[in-house]
Write a protein that binds this ligand. Sequence first.
Ligand code: 5GP
Length: 207
Amino acid sequence: MMRKKTRGELIVLSGPSGVGKSTVISELLSSRRDIHFSVSFTTREPRVGEENGVNYNFVSREEFERMIRDGELLEYAEYVGNYYGTSLKIIEDYLQQGIDVLLDIEVQGAAKVREKCPEAVLIFIIPPSLEELSRRLRNRNTDSIDVIAQRLEKSRAECRESVKYDYLVVNDNVVSAAQEILAILEAERCRVKKRIHLADSIIGAQE
Ligand code: 5GP
């Protein structure tokens, strides 16, 4: 993994359920292998094909509530009846080593991250339309009709929160959505506040 001397960048990605975040993330990580994807903790049941420690760390409600009590989470939220949260220690270790960290979290969690880490980059992914989102959720075949309806309703509310983010990406096509995110990260890297040392070395140099 590539290491930098400066602190890593904290990147937050949110978007309604079924928008295709995981696919966009896989595409993004295939070209930016130096980014660490934060594996969240959740109390939800694993879906078919999901692996413990890879997609999520699957824990009991008791264990999750212990983590909340012991202050082990940077943020957490309850979403459609389950807890989801990010381990503070794990991501802090990576950031301190100069490794960029990517969080795939919902809007309440992202708001918490904004509060606690104002330097984080917040990106919101939206679907091309609500009809398309509904189609994708049904095609996923993983949730019951009731859960899909709940998730769709929640999606509309979530999209309203997108104004609080720094960037908006439409996932019409996975490759171009991932490319837009790469461009955002590249632009973030060029911010004056992150490169001021480069200008300083010229300003302060003797002729
Ligand atoms: P799913 O059950 O579809 O995997 O995830 C449901 C929602 O929980 C998604 O919007 C996902 O981004 C969010 N989520 C996943 N991990 C976390 C986390 O650690 N914290 C928060 N706040 N949300 C999370």
